[in-house]
Design a binder for this molecule. Structure first.
Ligand code: BGC
Length: 382
């Protein structure tokens, strides 16, 4: 007969305690169907919750963060990431809402690079350049999923095998992305990848945040701090010039808390490269934390709702993009319209076009080595 816990031996009792503490109270996860792709492949959603009202939904299509409910200072939760209610929205979408990006986040000039003396050509899907891994990047693939939990988090691990030559990139590449939610109001994204041939790799998450709630106007009054004293200026097709330029005395200076809209329309050629008519931000900031995941990389808050997002990353850069290509024509979740400048992204990354930029940190991955990246998004309200 099973004994009640209070009469168990010391060993039995410690076993029970271990089992209970295997998952912090208040955390929960469930998974269920999220429809099918156009070719009939089932897509699942994983819903992670903590006891403070944070709720993250990840779908197996595109490794996408489909929704992120975060309470404001009034206790009211809003979904703060842009996206769609169904798989078809993501399949036909071109904005990479919430997606896991690979193999190469951001641009490769002329869709080309060299590795060990060999020339590789990948599809050009952004004018003369390649963007976010090409037209069928990781954001358009169905990933395998496995629920995970640890002492203080619940999560889901997604895996995808990108075969040798897929979208022009060399090597069979195994990628693993784990989303996990903690009771400390942190959403973590941990990446791992390995290859059987030398290759290049730059993974990121392409969530579009609006701390007032997706579809609730633009983000111009939200206040951003980017802990970065340099950025990588670009040419007219958004390819880095190779220079690391100081942000001081430019609209790219977010070293002090600055409203996103304060200088967005300033007369600066870089802002016009990002958005030729009215201006916008779409650049890689060189983080002062230099890959130290314990140092704050960015801090954005919405004075009205009080929601605050603090970003930590093991990557050397972050693409801060202000939804310059959103034009109010896309209907997102719950039929909401996403206006121009209706969101910002914080795409943690190696610098764009690194394989063609000898002065940038390397994005090369060799067989026998493991690519890793960790990102922490911490939420609060004040
Ligand atoms: C790029 C933008 C691009 C956007 C969505 C960002 O990472 O920097 O130029 O328009 O992704 O496609």
């Amino acid at each position: 007969m099973r004994q009640p816990p209070h009469v168990l031996s010391g060993l039995g009792l410690s076993l029970i305690i271990t089992t209970l503490s295997a998952q912090a109270a208040g955390l929960s996860a469930e998974h269920k169907a999220f429809g099918k792709t156009n070719d009939g492949t089932p897509v699942e959603q994983y819903i992670l919750r903590n006891s403070h009202g944070l709720q993250a939904t990840v779908i197996t299509y595109g490794g996408i963060l489909q929704s992120l409910m975060v309470p404001g200072k009034d206790g009211k939760s809003e979904d703060i990431v842009l996206g769609f209610d169904d798989v078809q929205g993501y399949q036909s979408g071109t904005a990479y809402f919430g997606a896991t990006i690979g193999r190469y986040g951001n641009r490769l000039a002329n869709g080309a690079f060299e590795l060990d003396g060999r020339h590789y050509q990948v599809p050009k899907n952004d004018g003369p350049n390649s963007l976010h891994g090409g037209p069928l990047g990781f954001d358009k693939r169905v990933w395998k999923a496995q629920p995970t939990k640890s002492k203080d988090s619940v999560g889901v691990t997604l895996t995808y095998l990108s075969v040798d030559g897929e979208m022009g990139f060399p090597g069979n590449l195994k990628t693993e992305v784990t989303y996990s939610l903690t009771e400390n109001n942190e959403l973590r994204i941990d990446y791992k990848a390995s290859t059987d041939k030398p290759t290049v790799l730059n993974l990121t998450n392409h969530s579009y945040f609006n701390l007032a709630g997706a579809g609730n106007g633009d983000v111009l009054k939200q206040v951003a701090t980017l802990y970065a004293s340099q950025y990588t200026p670009v040419n007219a097709t958004l390819i880095p010039t190779g220079e690391l330029a100081p942000v001081a005395n430019t609209p790219m200076d977010f070293t002090q808390p600055t409203a996103i809209g304060k200088n967005i329309k300033a007369d600066h050629p870089q802002l016009k490269f990002a958005e030729s008519k009215q201006g916008g931000f779409d650049f890689n900031w060189v983080l002062d934390a230099k890959g130290d995941v314990n140092k704050l990389a960015a801090d954005v808050s919405d004075p009205q709702s009080g929601r605050r997002l603090q970003l930590y990353t093991s990557e050397p850069g972050v693409q801060f993009y202000t939804g310059n290509f959103l034009d109010g024509t896309v209907k997102g979740k719950a039929g909401k319209i996403y206006p121009h400048w209706g969101a910002f992204t914080l795409e943690t990354q190696h610098y764009p076009d690194s394989p063609n930029q000898p002065n940038f940190p390397s994005t090369r991955l060799d067989p026998g080595k493991t690519y890793t990246q960790s990102v922490v998004l911490k939420f609060s309200a004040r």
